[in-house]
Design a protein around this ligand. Structure first.
Ligand code: ZN
Length: 68
């Protein structure tokens, strides 16, 4: 089992995405102005929204565990 890296900084996240295009190497849970959280994955094929950071992390983990 590998730990996926979480980033606080969107810039760091985007840098890693650029370096690992198409791979589920990193997920980002970013607060939005409406109080929800945008959840993105480095594979660039998956994004979702969550009502809390915990929900976002759970969704991200479900995504990476379902991706080969
Ligand atoms: Zn992914």
């Amino acid at each position: 089992m590998t730990d996926n890296v979480m980033y606080d900084s969107p810039n760091e996240f985007m840098q890693d995405v650029a370096n690992n295009r198409g791979l589920c190497v990193a997920q980002s849970v970013l607060p939005q102005e409406d109080g929800t959280y945008l959840v993105e994955c480095a594979c660039e094929t998956w994004t979702t929204t969550a009502s809390s950071i915990e929900e976002g992390l759970r969704l991200a983990k479900a995504h990476t565990s379902s991706a080969a």
